[in-house]
Design a protein around this ligand. Structure first.
Ligand code: PAF
Length: 283
């Protein structure tokens, strides 16, 4: 497994497989890897001849009062997991090289970036779209894999690659959960043992809504009320949003259908967690 820090070096390494017709599979991450990332890497291993992982805590997707400085990091553990998943190249650029003095270009996916997390984290998806564009230009992947836990991120990236004719296939992989239902996230590391218990309210809200939907309930007002009641029953939880949107354009809906996305953002103590489900999809 090669560890590469320089952009030029990474670009040079990406050229040979392209010339030889070998496919590059790419998993972009911010590190502190967990089983969710491992599932992307294993799938990437199957889909590509060369598997590239990037680890870069992207400063331009964090707001002023967010957790950029405290974002969890553990390179040694990340390398072990990457190696076990068959990664060929780990690309770890520096912020100084990614965003040198004078950097001023950005990519914005205008409408899909507005609702949900975009409304609470202004500029977040511009930061994501910009760094993914840069990473795609550096790594030149044939296929890139992202987790469905960041559903809006995946939707934004799909739109961007289509709109800008980027020659890369985007694959969304199912959310990986702990045995008790908590969606895996690097930010779970912030939770105290009691907060870890409280965090289950996201999963319980999702399962409640899915049960009601399966029993025939279609009113978004009713489904939202029930989801909120589950979360509000947990004293450590503060709802950021509970929203029902169509899973393609992220437009608001009054009546749910099988493609409806339930998206949640909830603060547990100081930690903001997100989770989601598409009501008609397997869980
Ligand atoms: O999901 C993440 O870890 C990040 O948003 C990503 C896609 C690596 C971009 O920095």
């Amino acid at each position: 497994m090669k560890i590469i820090n320089s952009i030029r070096h990474m670009q040079a390494l990406a050229i040979a497989p392209e010339r030889e017709g070998r496919r590059i599979a790419f998993v972009p991450t911010m590190g502190y890897l967990h089983e969710g990332h491992a599932s992307l890497l294993r799938e990437g291993r199957k889909r590509g001849d060369v598997l590239v992982l990037s680890i870069f805590v992207n400063p331009i997707q964090f707001g002023k009062n967010e957790d950029l400085d405290s974002y969890p990091r553990d390179m040694e553990r990340d390398f072990q997991l990457a190696d076990a998943c068959g990664v060929d190249i780990v690309f770890i650029p520096s912020a100084a090289e990614m965003y040198p003095h004078g950097f001023q270009t950005g990519v914005a996916v205008r409408e899909l970036s507005q609702p949900l997390c975009g409304a609470r984290r202004p500029g977040h998806f511009d930061g994501v779209a910009t760094v993914i564009t840069k990473l795609f230009n550096i790594v030149r992947p044939d296929v890139a894999l992202f987790g469905c836990k960041d559903f809006q991120q995946l939707t934004v990236i799909r739109r961007m690659t289509e709109d800008l004719n980027m020659p890369v296939e985007i694959v969304g992989m199912p959310i990986v959960r702990e045995a008790d239902g908590l969606a895996l996230s690097s930010r779970n590391a912030y939770l105290s043992p009691s907060e870890r218990q409280s965090a289950l309210c996201l999963y319980h809200a999702i399962t409640k809504v899915r049960e009601l939907f399966a029993a025939g309930e279609r009113s978004v007002a009713v489904l939202a009320r029930e989801a909120r009641a589950v979360i509000e029953g947990e004293s450590a939880a503060a709802i950021d949003y509970v929203e029902f949107r169509d899973g393609a354009q992220l437009q608001e809906q009054e009546q749910a259908d099988s493609s409806t996305l339930l998206a949640l953002a909830v603060k547990i103590g100081q930690t903001r967690l997100i989770d989601n489900t598409v009501l008609g999809e397997e869980f």
